[in-house]
Design a protein around this ligand. Structure first.
Ligand SMILES: [Zn+2]
Length: 212
């Protein structure tokens, strides 16, 4: 499901977020056309990616529903790892799934750099072999300490170990890679929700950045 872009216009010392650039500033009523570069609409980059088009990535999405389809910021999240073709390997109480749909709106963290040729070629085999391990049988699932995140992180650590690199703890991976992305996503979700209810969402700029 494609979401309408969020645009930002700067006028009256405020960021004005909207779906369509307004002809006049909603705060002061003056025309925005010809009001200079800050008033030109800028499209905000979406923090969400189509997960099945993100090869060799760590993906995060709500367990039920979508981030822009009513996610309340508290509901459970589910994670998975893509192979080279965007198939999402993920673990839950039913065991390992190899999903070809359902991950269309995700936070995505790439796991392989383009210059890591050896890893690029082996990725699918490593992921498949890791996933058939008995640790990921359905009866081994525990909601709090042997779950989707355990599976994804254990795979990432198995790759790091094979490369002779240091493993990462859950909190280390979360703080370094996941939280910066979820912060951006949370801001975008707020704007999206405001613009579902209203045509504009106006955020005053800090004093020193005021432009008019
Ligand atoms: Zn204005």
């Amino acid at each position: 499901m494609a979401e309408a872009a969020i645009l930002r216009v700067r006028h009256c010392g405020a960021d004005i977020f909207c779906r369509r650039p307004p002809p006049r500033c909603p705060a002061c009523g003056r025309p925005l056309r010809g009001a200079g570069l800050p008033a030109a609409p800028v499209r905000l980059p979406s923090p969400f990616r189509h997960g099945h088009r993100q090869p060799r990535a760590f993906l995060l999405r709500p367990t039920a529903g979508t981030f822009l389809g009513g996610y309340d910021g508290r509901s459970d999240l589910h994670v998975g790892i893509t192979n080279s073709n965007g198939v999402v390997y993920n673990y839950n109480e039913e065991g390992i799934h190899r999903a070809e749909t359902g991950w269309e709106q995700c936070i995505s963290i790439p796991l392989v750099q383009p210059e890591e040729f050896g890893l690029l070629q082996q990725w699918d085999k490593l992921l498949e072999e890791f996933s058939v391990g008995e640790a990921w049988l359905p009866h081994r699932y525990e909601e709090h300490d042997h779950n989707c995140y355990t599976y994804a992180l254990a795979f990432i650590n198995s790759v790091l170990t094979a490369q002779g690199k240091r493993q990462m703890s859950k909190s280390e991976f979360t703080e370094k890679f996941v939280i910066p992305q979820t912060k951006k996503a949370s801001k975008y979700i707020t704007l999206h929700q405001e613009l579902t209810a209203n045509d504009f969402y106006i955020v005053p700029l800090p004093h020193q950045e005021k432009q008019c």
